[in-house]
Design a protein around this ligand. Structure first.
Ligand code: 5RP
Length: 220
């Protein structure tokens, strides 16, 4: 199977975890667009609706006739479904390759359960080969870049991107993330950081990994 077919297969696998009548949180990225336009579309009559982590996901959801609620319209969320740029065996992740990390972190923290759907190329032993996205307030760019360099990282400003929250993103290469929780907490503590794309406080609860020998399930 090619990567696209693996993405489609995990999209269908996650359907079994969706409670009928529920509102579910929806992530962002190519895996999620695949999920919306195939698997989710096929069961849209059994859910009440969704909350969306980005304008692009909202566009695809509405195009399929799936209702999108504002997060502030609902009091709880049973399930959040999203992908990742990297995931390790503790279900810690790097996310934000698609630039939607802030809304993704808010919605995943609000949700009772987070299921991460990925193809096998995303499963890693150690996080950090994929550059860590950090959404920051524009004024803090020089300050945060200096702090990141002190950590041994190489910050690269993502070009031609303003986030949906009117901020900028730096992608940090070469970061040693042997302790994802400490690194997430430290970067979060820098003034000007809106969201770091390390998901170690809010990990996934379940990961469904599409492989050529079938779907592999990892749980916390
Ligand atoms: C977007 C994300 C995505 O989940 C991540 O970038 C993976 O995307 P894709 O499914 O396109 O590989 O965090 O902000």
């Amino acid at each position: 199977m090619n990567q696209d077919q693996l993405k489609k297969s995990v999209g269908y696998a996650v359907i079994d975890f969706i409670p009928p009548g529920s509102i579910i949180g929806i992530g962002t990225g190519t895996t999620i667009i695949n999920f919306i336009t195939h698997a989710l579309k096929s069961i849209k009559h059994i859910i009440k609706g969704t909350v969306s982590s980005s304008v692009i996901s909202t566009t695809y959801l509405k195009r399929e006739g799936i209702k999108v609620f504002d997060l502030n319209q609902i009091s709880s969320l049973v399930l959040y479904i999203d992908s990742a740029d990297e995931i390790n065996s503790n279900l810690e992740m790097i996310k934000g390759g698609g630039g939607a990390l802030t809304k993704e972190k808010i919605i995943s923290n609000f949700a009772n359960k987070f299921i991460c759907i990925v193809d096998e190329s995303k499963k890693v032993e150690y996080l950090g080969k994929f550059p860590v996205p950090i959404e920051i307030i524009p004024l803090s760019y020089n300050y945060i870049s200096k702090e990141i360099i002190k950590l041994g990282g190489i910050p690269v400003l993502r070009q031609n991107i303003v986030t949906e929250n009117n901020n900028i993103i730096i992608d940090v290469h070469n970061l040693d993330i042997s302790n994802p929780l400490n690194m997430e907490n430290f970067i979060n503590s820098l003034p000007g950081v809106v969201t770091v794309g390390i998901f170690a406080n809010r990990t996934a609860d379940i990961a469904l990994i599409g492989t050529n020998s079938g779907i592999k399930t990892m749980r916390k």
